[in-house]
Every structure is written in C-alpha cells, then in structure tokens.
Design a binder for this molecule. Structure first.
Ligand SMILES: [Zn+2]
Length: 177
C-alpha cells in the first residue's frame, strides 16, 4: 500500500522522504525498491531516464536536491553533468580546475577531448577528482597501443552519453508543478 502511494510522488519528494528517518530510508534505498523510483520518474515525463552509471536515488539527488555535494551548503546551483556533481561557488574554487591548471600538454589535450564539460554560467571547468582519475587511468594504458585505444574508446562513449543527458536536461527545472 505504502509502496503504491510512493509511486505517485515526484522523485524530489521520494528523496526528501528517504531522508526523514531510518525506516523510510531503508524502504526506499534498498535495491528491490528501484521500481518505485522508476515509476516515479516515468510519471514525470520531462525527466529523462538516469544515465547508466547512476541509480535513481543518485540521479534524483543530482537533479532535485539543491545542496552542495561537497559541503552540503543549501544553495548549490552549479552542476557538472560530466562529473555527476552538484556544487556551490565556494567548492567550485577548491574542487574544480581550469584547463590552464593542467601543466602536462598531452594530458590537457586528452582531458579537453574526452572529459570536456561546460558548466552553465561558468564555462569550461573540470572536477579535480575526475581529472586525477582520468589521468591515472590513462597512465595505466598509455604505453600499450591496443589498451590505450580501447580505454579511450570507452571514455568517448561515456562522454557521448553524458552529452546526451545534458542536452535533454538543459532546460528542465526540477520543480514539482
Ligand atoms: Zn560547497
């Protein structure tokens, strides 16, 4: 019964309810509750399906919760679709870098080609953690042509999926009306 009611709620409401107490958190965040979120997303037709690397609660968190994923400050209007991060202006200064901060020329070229992101009203900006992961991943394969090529192909397909989500999401505001 409770589950059926949940299905009629907006993902933002499900997210809020999952935070009210331990019981409801347990109910909504277990794997077998995915269908509730999926139904909720489907009921709000403007909301595209989550990208494959995010589950529904994570996706709702990114879209509907205005708090910063780093410092939890309530006003975090900035979103990096590529890094799946929502953040505030303060954390932008500590957690993100510009391409000019990358001093290795080869790394800079690859970063711009494979994890490029433009953040609304801010421009091109890269999550530090993501840049570190990307460079570490590339370093592991860079001396082997076949591995490097497979790895970059993989990165490119993730990038294309991100762009698609980003374009679809660009105009959607997550309000309940
Ligand atoms: Zn912050």
């Amino acid at each position: 019964m409770m589950y059926e009611i949940f299905c009629y709620l907006h993902p933002a409401e499900l997210l809020a309810i999952s935070r009210t107490n331990k019981t409801l958190r347990g109910v909504l965040l277990r794997k077998s509750a995915r269908w509730i979120w999926q139904t909720s997303f489907r009921n709000y037709k403007n909301m595209p399906e989550p990208p494959t690397d995010l589950n529904e609660p994570q996706y709702a968190r990114l879209l509907c919760d205005n708090s910063c994923m780093f410092c939890l400050s309530p006003n975090a209007p900035l979103i990096s679709w590529r890094a799946r991060l929502r953040f505030c202006k303060g954390c932008m200064k500590t957690e993100f870098i510009r391409i000019t901060d990358v001093h290795d020329e080869e790394d800079a070229i690859l970063i711009r080609s494979f994890i490029r992101d433009r953040i609304h009203s801010v421009g091109e900006l890269y999550s530090r953690a993501q840049v570190d992961n990307f460079c570490a991943g590339y370093n592991r394969v860079r001396n082997d042509e076949a591995q490097a090529s497979a790895w970059l192909t993989d990165q490119l397909s993730i990038y294309q999926r991100t762009r698609e989500v980003r374009q679809r999401m660009a105009t959607i505001l997550c309000n309940k009306s």
